[in-house]
Design a binder for this molecule. Sequence first.
Ligand SMILES: NC(=O)c1ccc[n+]([C@@H]2O[C@H](COP(=O)([O-])OP(=O)(O)OC[C@H]3O[C@@H](n4cnc5c(N)ncnc54)[C@H](OP(=O)(O)O)[C@@H]3O)[C@@H](O)[C@H]2O)c1
Length: 225
Amino acid sequence: MTMKIIIIGASGGIGQAFVENCKKRYQGAEIFELSRSQTGFDLTDETSVKQAAEKFQDRDIDMIILATGFLGTEPEKSLRDLSMEKMERIFQINTFGPALVMKHFIPKLARDRKSVFAALSARVGSIGDNHLGGWYAYRASKSALNMMIRSASIEVSRTNKNAVIMGLHPGTVDTSLSKPFQSHVPDKKLFTPDHSASQMLKVIYDIDPKDTGHIFAYDGEKLVY
Ligand SMILES: NC(=O)c1ccc[n+]([C@@H]2O[C@H](COP(=O)([O-])OP(=O)(O)OC[C@H]3O[C@@H](n4cnc5c(N)ncnc54)[C@H](OP(=O)(O)O)[C@@H]3O)[C@@H](O)[C@H]2O)c1
């Protein structure tokens, strides 16, 4: 049976690297790419998400990777910097949109074999690991995304024991999202998108459906919530 993979956010730095790495790792697989700039897929518009999902059959997809996200160039350093407009934008892209993607795409996951829905989260969304503060909206939007992932995993496990619903932390990766913040990152800690995507595909490959509902770093570490 031909493996079927959907990459959402295929235009992004990490999304593109997922596409290339899936082509190498899963030769012969059908790979479907969705993105705002290339295919008009807007995850903040439910009609767009629903119409994109309707093109796929239910219970047919092996892997769905959601590689979208937004940080902005001036994440808040202090409470003084909070603005409703910026918080709404970040939550729409990082939390609410991905939740709608889960609503419309998770029913597409295969049930007769292991299948995976993996959304790009971030270590800074871990509440227990937050020792620096700042980046209020981005951190909170990823914490909330992690909760969406957790709740969806519990619901899905009741009907699809073979499905994994998970989050991924890619490391600090050289993309347009991280560009403004790279000066303090040691060289060896700044990954190429290719390296990060290849590591995360290994994590996805190794994961057991019993570990559904968790957030994993690129090296397989299970993150604290
Ligand atoms: N880079 C890092 O160091 C790092 C670290 C931790 C976590 N992450 C997470 O990894 C994910 C990917 O980030 P990246 O570094 O690859 O960033 P990126 O290169 O800026 O890519 C972001 C992607 O999100 C898409 N997107 C944004 N808003 C969208 C919308 N409304 N509808 C559809 N697509 C939308 C963009 O689509 P278009 O370009 O087509 O508009 C693009 O494909 C994000 O969730 C990010 O938070 C990244």
